[in-house]
Structures are given as structure tokens and as C-alpha cells.
Design a binder for this molecule. Structure first.
Ligand SMILES: NC(=O)C1=CN([C@@H]2O[C@H](COP(=O)(O)OP(=O)(O)OC[C@H]3O[C@@H](n4cnc5c(N)ncnc54)[C@H](OP(=O)(O)O)[C@@H]3O)[C@@H](O)[C@H]2O)C=CC1
Ligand SMILES: O=C(O)[C@@H]1CCC=N1
Length: 272
């Protein structure tokens, strides 16, 4: 096999819910061999594309694991470790757990190369973000992880682990905040008289188009905003509301701060 999935060997994926499932589906769409992956899911719920699923760790069923991918909730880490996973000697340990720091992961799986990955939900269509952090020098194993994540969207290394909780808030949680914005735009349209289904369609398509243009254009979002807002026109009247006392920036700063704080709390709980 070649491409981004070469050299990952057998992958054991712990949890395959909203986020893990989106990643796995995209990888399978992009050529990952389902025979390479085993998923642990306590409910035994079906997982995408013919991938083997077991409801508890069973060394005989799993065999030798090269890559261990943690994709359950941070609060499940100690239970997962205690339920046999401590004995897995994978060369690569990749964790998408919010908060949980690399020192905690290294102490639980000594000897593994630990990489933290923070994906977001649009990885489902290859338009996600995957932030990566390696506590050690970025070596060939770490580069292998970056190549593995490439089909999911934008891959960015975050050098300082101290910034990872903030990156998690901005990019990991960011789609949720953006969906709220779409809902709020639609709700405002409805409150002012539009039929709700039409307002929802208009809001979703407007955010889709604006996002795609922002990603492709040479201009910054600030310049694009000005291209919409004619001097003395109606957009400027609306922007004045968002910009007054930096209302939107202030709201989003508090939003990211709350999420970052919660990531720190989850990291502390995982260390305890
Ligand atoms: N949702 C998102 O957008 C993002 C999530 N993350 C991170 O991804 C991780 C998963 O989140 P998300 O997918 O939303 O959560 P979900 O609740 O959707 O999925 C959790 C998964 O963990 C499994 N699980 C539960 N208990 C255990 C256990 N004891 N052993 C093995 N597997 C277990 C569940 O299996 P079953 O269904 O069988 O119970 C399920 O497959 C979290 O750590 C989160 O921080 C990171 C970035 C974005
Ligand atoms: O809500 C959570 O805890 C995770 C972190 C990023 C997205 N979901």
C-alpha cells in the first residue's frame, strides 16, 4: 500500500462516535483499507465500511497494534486504560481528546510516540482542520501522522502545547459556534418577518458562500466585508451594530475563553 495510510500498520481506534466516525469515513473514502482498522465501541454499534468492531479490548482479536487512536471522551481515559488498553504497545499514540496533555498520555503509554490531534467536524467532507502537537522533535513518525491527517483538511502543527486548548476552542469547537451563528442569522430573519425555512436556507447558503470566498480570495475578511458594505449603505448600518464596542469580538473572546478553560479543567481531571 502507498499514500497517506502506508506505514500506519494496524490501527486500533478507541471510540468511533461523532468525531472518530467522521474521520474514519473520510479515510475510508480516501483509500484506507478497512481491514487495517479495529474499532472498540462498548455498544457494539456498527461502524463505517466493513471495519471490524469489538465491544471491549481483546488482544487475541486485535493482534499487534502499530497505531493506537484515542477517540473516546476525555472522561473515559482512565477506564479505557484500566480495561486492558494499558498493555497495548503501539509505536504511535494519537489522541483527539480535548484537554488531555501529552505528558499524561506518555505516562500512560510509555515508549509510544505521542501526537495530539485536534480535528473538527468538517473533516467529514475533507474541509476540516486538524491541529497537531508533538511534544518531541517532529520526526518521521510525526510526519507519518501529518500525512495520515492530510485527506481531512488543513493540517497545522502547533508548536507550543500551551496553545492547544485555545486551538481546540477555536478550531475543534469552532464549527459548533459557526452553526450557532447560522441559526442566529436565520432566527433574526424569522423574527423580522421571513418564513423560517426560507430564512434558514438563506442563512446557510450565505455562510457557505462567504466562507468559501474568504478561503479562496486574496483579500482579508476585513477587506471582503468592506467590499460588501457600500459607504453610507445598509450593510454599514448593520456592521455598526456588530462593531460597536467590538461587540462581536468581545462575545467570541469570551466564548473561546470559556471553552479553553473547560479544556484545562478536563486536562487537570485526566492528570488526577
Ligand atoms: N465532536 C467533535 O466535534 C470533536 C470531538 N473531539 C474529541 O473527540 C472525542 C470524542 O468525541 P465525540 O466523537 O464527540 O463523542 P461521542 O460521544 O460521539 O463518541 C464517543 C465514542 O467513545 C466510545 N466509548 C465510550 N466509552 C468507551 C470505552 N470505555 N471504551 C472505548 N470506547 C468508548 C463510544 O462508543 P459507544 O457509542 O459504543 O458508546 C463512542 O464511539 C472527545 O475526546 C472529544 O474531545 C475533538 C474535536 C472535535
Ligand atoms: O466539546 C468538546 O469537548 C470537544 C472539544 C472540541 C469539540 N468538541
Amino acid at each position: 500500500m502507498s499514500g497517506p495510510f502506508a506505514d500506519l500498520g494496524r490501527i486500533l481506534m478507541v471510540g468511533c462516535g461523532n468525531m472518530g466516525g467522521a474521520m474514519l469515513r473520510r479515510w475510508l473514502d480516501q483509500g484506507l483499507d478497512p481491514a487495517q482498522v479495529t474499532v472498540i465501541s462498548p455498544s457494539g454499534r456498527a461502524v463505517p465500511g466493513g471495519v471490524a468492531v469489538i465491544n471491549a479490548y481483546d488482544p487475541a482479536a486485535v493482534g499487534t497494534v502499530s497505531t493506537l487512536l484515542l477517540a473516546m471522551k476525555p472522561q473515559q481515559l482512565s477506564a479505557v486504560h484500566a480495561a486492558g488498553l494499558a498493555s497495548v504497545r503501539a509505536e504511535l499514540l494519537v489522541s483527539i481528546l480535548a484537554g488531555v496533555d501529552s505528558a499524561t498520555l506518555s505516562s500512560l503509554w510509555p515508549g509510544a510516540t505521542v501526537i495530539r490531534a485536534m480535528p473538527n467536524l468538517p473533516v467529514a467532507i475533507g474541509k476540516g482542520v486538524v491541529a497537531l502537537h508533538s511534544p518531541a522533535e517532529i520526526d518521521d513518525r510525526a510526519r507519518r501522522v501529518a500525512a495520515w491527517m492530510q485527506p481531512l483538511g488543513l493540517v497545522e502543527w502547533i508548536e507550543s502545547e500551551g496553545l492547544f486548548d485555545l486551538v481546540t476552542a477555536l478550531a475543534g469547537s469552532g464549527p459548533s459556534f459557526t452553526y450557532r451563528f447560522i441559526e442566529a442569522l436565520a432566527a433574526a430573519g424569522t423574527a423580522l418577518g421571513l418564513p423560517s425555512d426560507q430564512s434558514a436556507r438563506l442563512a446557510t447558503a450565505t455562510v457557505e458562500g462567504a466562507g468559501l470566498l474568504a478561503a479562496e480570495a486574496a483579500e482579508t475578511p476585513a477587506v471582503l466585508a468592506d467590499q460588501v458594505a457600500s459607504p453610507g449603505g445598509s450593510t454599514r448600518a448593520g456592521l455598526n451594530v456588530l462593531d460597536n464596542d467590538a461587540a462581536l469580538v468581545s462575545l467570541l473572546t469570551r466564548t473561546l475563553q470559556a471553552s479553553e478553560n473547560r479544556n484545562r479543567e478536563m486536562a487537570a481531571a485526566a492528570r488526577a
